[in-house]
Write a protein that binds this ligand. Structure first.
Ligand code: E4P
Length: 232
């Protein structure tokens, strides 16, 4: 029996129901995806924030207003004291903000302190099961294995997600697994089947998930048949 606190990702029968988060700091993308009703959280990182024209301190509260779910904001400091100070500031912005911290010894020192303070963390830049295990032991709320970056170097990102989920389940670790660095639509069902609790997807991939040529031609045919019938 798993001992996860799966309020967020488990159905009433105890089955994991993978959620979709949006991986962006772009407010317009978040606005659109939130309106579609398919996302339940947002992840950002310094690279994504740097693409935007406004300060992240302005963007983050807007994101929190648009999506009523976990919002990841990443620290820039590399020492644990700096990370903790940034995390405390970011977490004051909204109760839904969780803190992205890289998997380093300093990072895990920060995670431990923040967990004791009730500040949820998302340990990022995870590329191995050992890193995920260390993050969970330190008290991370989430771990984010970067599957696309692993695929880029000829490794199997989805297999890592499956390995981490299995490891956490066997050992009753409550940390949730966010499949990150998703590159294409096929990754999404793959990580769902691997047992990820969350897939964080770029806006482009989220939009592509709607597409199927038979859906498009089916809509066209229904409309054409309707028009013909109306004209009779
Ligand atoms: C998620 O938390 C990361 O910010 C993101 O998925 C990284 O994706 P990338 O490898 O496409 O930069």
């Amino acid at each position: 029996m798993r001992s996860r606190d799966q309020k967020s990702s488990k159905s009433t029968v105890g089955v994991i129901v993978m959620k979709l988060f949006l991986d962006t700091a772009n407010v317009e993308e978040i606005r659109q995806a939130a309106a579609w009703g398919v996302i339940e959280g947002v992840t950002t990182n310094p690279s994504l924030a740097a693409r935007e024209n406004e300060e992240f301190s302005v963007i983050l509260p807007r994101i929190c207003d648009l999506v009523n779910g976990p919002i990841s904001a990443e620290v820039i400091a590399l020492d644990h004291e700096g990370m903790i100070a940034e995390a405390r500031q970011l977490s004051k912005i909204h109760a839904n903000v969780n803190i992205k911290i890289p998997i380093t010894p300093e990072g895990m020192q920060a995670v431990k302190v923040l967990a004791k303070e009730g500040i949820k963390t998302n340990v990022t830049l995870v590329f191995s099961a050992n890193q995920a295990l260390l993050a969970a032991r330190a008290g991370a709320g989430y771990v984010s294995p970067f599957i696309g970056r692993l695929d880029d170097i000829g490794h199997d990102g989805v297999a890592l997600v499956e390995e981490i989920v299995t490891l956490f389940n066997i050992h009753g670790l409550a940390t949730e697994v966010i499949a990150a660095s998703i590159r294409h639509t096929a990754h999404v069902p793959q990580v769902a089947l691997a047992g990820a609790h969350i897939a964080t997807v770029p806006f482009k991939v989220l939009k592509q998930m709607f597409n199927h040529p038979l859906t498009e031609s089916g809509i066209e045919r229904f409309l054409a048949d309707w028009e013909k019938a109306v004209k009779k």
